[in-house]
Design a protein around this ligand. Sequence first.
Ligand code: ZN
Length: 213
Amino acid sequence: MESHSYQHIFLSVDAEAILKIPLPNLHIEDTFSWEPGLEQYFTVKSTYQLYRNKNRKSNAQPSSSSVINLNFRRMWKFKIPEKVKHFIWRGFTNSFPTTDNLQKRQIGVDPRCLLCGHHTESIMHIFNTCTIAKEICRELTIEEEIVGATSFQDLFDQRRIRLRQDLFLIWLICMWDLWYQRNLKLNVETFRSPQEVKRFATIFLANHQAAPK
Ligand SMILES: [Zn+2]
């Protein structure tokens, strides 16, 4: 992968760290490993633990971290795939490489939303006020926009309070898929219609919940 490709996928600080990883001389197959987890594979729980430990060490403000902790505790109880929980965690910590976040890090990018072509792309635009997010909500027959929501956590809380849990989980999966579609749009011009996103999220949740543990 060319080095500039990393800049599109990761934050610059992460891309720089990745590019500094020395490559082995031996020709061996790559494997995935997640160091903080005892199981050696990625889990949202181990990431949460890592986040908590980091917060303790840096004496982060208790008020904001306790709100995140409360939402995390709620999230553990949801019967949704780990990758969707990881997506939510990235929302809580605003760690998506949206164009406004990239601009804050002095990375020159077109600020417009990749999905609708308008506005500056921010986490609240993509998941709350973007035309595409609103069209998905219309498909779900829920409020198109949470007026006045100021953060992903706020949006998460407001939707959670207002929706039946199954519908809330489908909305979360739709938003996770919307982010996936947005990343596809970096390279290709087609993406799922709001109807297809809703159908995909409904089937995805049902399959996950029906799968034996
Ligand atoms: Zn948009």
